[in-house]
Design a protein around this ligand. Structure first.
Ligand SMILES: CC(C)(COP(=O)(O)OP(=O)(O)OC[C@H]1O[C@@H](n2cnc3c(N)ncnc32)[C@H](O)[C@@H]1OP(=O)(O)O)[C@@H](O)C(=O)NCCC(=O)NCCS
Length: 163
């Protein structure tokens, strides 16, 4: 899979399946994420991206665990979107998006959500769901445009997007 998109500022973005050779870039991108981006992505929990975890996150079957990356045309990573299908209800999957520090707010997240919804639809997933922190304005706007259902509790929002 390889899709070409254009951002609002005219920049070209490639969306493709993640591959094992992306592990080093993933670790590097994670290292560069600001404390605030990490907090928003992992809901305040501490996460260490070990080489083992990077291997797990880049060696995916693209069926039950789907991960797409957005890159520049010369393959510099800009963001990752991922969903993992529920083991029991295979029409539902847990989804998340991370855009690299310094690349947020350019439309990369919008492109990744679009591509992720399409990938989900193609695999028979009907609902993407997840949790975000209430103050995650960028994600809330993305979700609003995708007409997500959101429910709030304890400073968090659970979302469900029909694909
Ligand atoms: C949330 C995230 C994935 C969104 O991706 P992005 O590329 O920054 O988002 P986009 O540029 O496509 O913008 C999406 C919307 O959010 C708005 N937005 C972007 N950054 C914003 C910010 N810092 N504050 C307020 N709104 C913002 C955009 O204007 C756009 O809304 P609009 O279409 O109504 O104008 C990205 O910011 C990110 O990785 N954040 C840290 C990790 C995280 O929170 N992940 C989500 C957990 S699942």
């Amino acid at each position: 899979m390889r899709e070409l998109h254009r951002l609002r500022d005219g920049a070209r973005v490639v969306v493709r399946h993640i591959r094992p050779s992306d592990a080093a870039q993933l670790v590097d991108g994670f290292r560069r994420l600001s404390p605030e981006s990490r907090r928003l992505r992992f809901l305040g929990g501490r996460v260490r991206l070990t080489p083992e975890l990077a291997e797990y996150l880049t060696n995916v079957d693209q069926l039950d665990h789907v991960a797409l990356v957005a890159t520049t045309e010369d393959d510099r990573g800009l963001g990752v979107a991922r969903f993992i299908r529920d083991r029991v209800d295979r029409t539902v999957a847990e989804a998340a998006i991370t855009v690299a520090e310094g690349e947020q707010g350019r439309g990369v997240g919008t492109v990744l959500l679009l591509a992720m919804r399409r990938a989900a639809r193609e695999r028979g997933v009907r609902t993407l769901r997840g949790e975000i922190l209430w103050e995650n304005t960028a994600m809330r706007r993305l979700l609003a445009r995708a007409r997500a259902r959101v429910r709030s509790s304890d400073g968090r929002l659970s979302f469900e997007v029909d694909v």
